[in-house]
Design a protein around this ligand. Structure first.
Ligand code: ADP
Length: 500
């Protein structure tokens, strides 16, 4: 039982703190305020109109009564038309008239008789003596009508009866007033109407808020089911409203996270795979030479293999560390003004022995002075990687050309570095993924070349490093390639224009 109450209390607390309840509450409060103002306006306007109406009717009645008394033929007419329907006699059913002397003593009375005529008369006389104009007073009185005792609101007009300059007495005319009754009914109608409207508004508001909040629930549900291992879920909310936009942004973020996680996973898998291959080769080779006696030449060959694989692994680890540092923003770039052509010449010098070894011609084209802001060592590494690829993949007898240039795009000047080779080219379907980590167009060829010639290894990280360096310098890299014709890598970096 306690649990049930606890659950109920928790649900109520949750509902109380929910946006839909608070939205509805604010909506109902504002509506209540508007309804109260509107009802007050209606009530007071109606009360004033009814009062003016009743006072007007009362004054008309009084005028008819006095006209009746002034008419010389009055004895032929009926003053009081009690129980005569449709009569135009001055006094109607329920009306009363009292003629008093100057002391307030009843001389004669017509129609309904009040229970306490003396109190009524003295009250009216004292009210009238304070005001000298013809005035209408409202009083609640007990009276006897046709032998029946009742109570009700009456409107009275009291006027002095003068004989020349002397006050002879007072004439009091009273008529039942429905003003208070009508106002009470109006008040009740307004109150019930307003309460009904507020109840409908509350329920409707809850329903609307519930509908509006449904996408939020969907987002929350999806967010609950998303775990690090499964980022494939999407909210897929249709529509064009703000929440659909939010859900869309959420889905996009999930897609980005998913692809980042996938890339990370692939990267780890690829890295371990790349490291496993040389380790396996080393293990096999060492196992083989240890198992039997071998000639000195065979030991030497085995050690050379171990050396080459060790070098390959250390290059791979270096490349991985470079990328990891760049990814985490830990790579410390010593930014300075440097001449891109200068860096290109240094990279060419560095790569010349390899080119010579591979029998590839290194050609240096136009090299104008181009000042860019960058880290000298990183830029040389970036250019070296591009030249190295040109040499590695073009093969003997081919040419790798390096040139620099500048161009203007809109308001900005850019330095351009081009590395063009006459090698085998890259099929266009590989171009979009060329800068991905561990991506190789032809995995077997890269490794074969490596083993046959002792040339730099191909692990598929070179171009990723190039792309990261270019990106960190605020530049862009593009590749154009034709199979059997050659490949051109073009790097664009912002030019230090003031140095021009
Ligand atoms: P790798 O270490 O294998 O050279 P890269 O990231 O530098 O890795 O290059 C990725 C792949 O792009 C290479 O395996 C190669 O197939 C292709 N590639 C890069 N540069 C050239 C080029 N100049 N000519 C032909 N193919 C190239």
């Amino acid at each position: 039982m306690k649990r049930v109450f606890q659950n109920l209390f928790n649900s109520l607390a949750l509902f109380y703190h929910s946006i839909r309840f608070r939205l509805t509450l604010w909506f109902v409060l504002i509506l209540a305020f508007v309804l109260a103002a509107f009802s007050a306006f209606i009530y007071f306007a109606q009360a004033r109109d009814l009062q003016i109406d009743e006072v007007g009717q009362m004054q008309e009645k009084f005028a008819r009564v006095t006209a009746f008394f002034r008419n010389p033929d009055w004895q032929n007419l009926t003053l009081s038309a009690t129980n005569v329907p449709g009569s135009n006699a001055p006094l109607q059913s329920g009306d009363l008239m009292i003629l008093t002397d100057m002391n307030g003593q009843t001389i004669q009375s017509w129609g309904v008789s009040p229970s306490n005529p003396n109190t009524l008369i003295s009250e009216l006389v004292s009210a009238a003596s304070q005001r000298h104009d013809l005035n209408v007073y409202e009083q609640s009185i007990s009276y006897t009508n046709n032998g029946q005792q009742s109570r009700g609101d009456y409107l009275f007009i009291i006027t002095p009866v003068l004989g020349g300059d002397h006050l002879l007495g007072f004439l009091i005319v009273g008529s039942p007033s429905s003003l208070n009754n009508q106002l009470r009914r109006l008040m009740l109608s307004l109150l019930l109407g307003s309460l009904g409207m507020l109840a409908v508004a509350f329920l409707g508001g809850l329903w609307l808020a519930d509908r509006a909040m449904r996408p939020v629930k969907a987002i929350t549900r999806t967010a609950h089911t998303i775990s690090e291992s499964d980022l494939s879920r999407r909210i897929n909310l249709r529509g064009r409203d703000e929440l659909a936009q939010l859900a869309g942004t959420f889905d996009e973020m999930l897609a980005r996270l998913q692809s980042a996680f996938d890339r990370q996973r692939r990267f780890v898998a690829d890295a371990s795979h790349e490291l496993r291959t040389p380790l396996t080769i080393i293990n096999l080779e060492v196992g083989r030479v240890l198992s039997n006696r071998h000639s000195a030449d065979e030991y030497k060959k085995a050690l050379q293999t171990v050396d080459a694989e060790g070098a390959r692994m250390s290059r791979l680890v270096n490349d991985l560390m470079t990328l990891a540092r760049m990814d985490s923003g830990q790579a410390i770039l010593q930014m300075e003004d440097i001449d891109l052509s200068d860096a290109a010449v240094e990279a060419v010098e560095r790569m010349s022995p390899l080119a010579e070894h591979q029998n590839v011609k290194l050609e240096v084209g136009e090299m104008p002075e181009l000042h860019v802001r960058g880290d000298r060592q990183s830029l040389i590494q970036m250019i070296s990687n591009l030249i190295e690829n040109g040499i590695k993949y073009s093969g003997a007898g081919q040419t790798v050309k390096i040139e620099t240039d500048s161009h203007r795009n809109g308001k900005h000047d850019f330095a351009v570095l081009r590395v063009t080779d006459t090698g085998p080219g890259i099929p266009s379907d590989h171009l979009p993924r060329l800068f991905d980590r561990f991506y190789r167009v032809d995995q077997a060829r890269a490794r074969d070349t490596d083993e046959d010639s002792n040339s730099p290894t191909g692990s598929g990280l070179g171009l990723s490093i190039v792309a990261s360096i270019v990106q960190m310098h605020g530049g862009e890299i593009h590749v154009e390639s034709k199979v059997n014709k050659g490949t051109t890598f073009e790097v664009t970096l912002p030019l230090q224009s003031e140095m021009l």
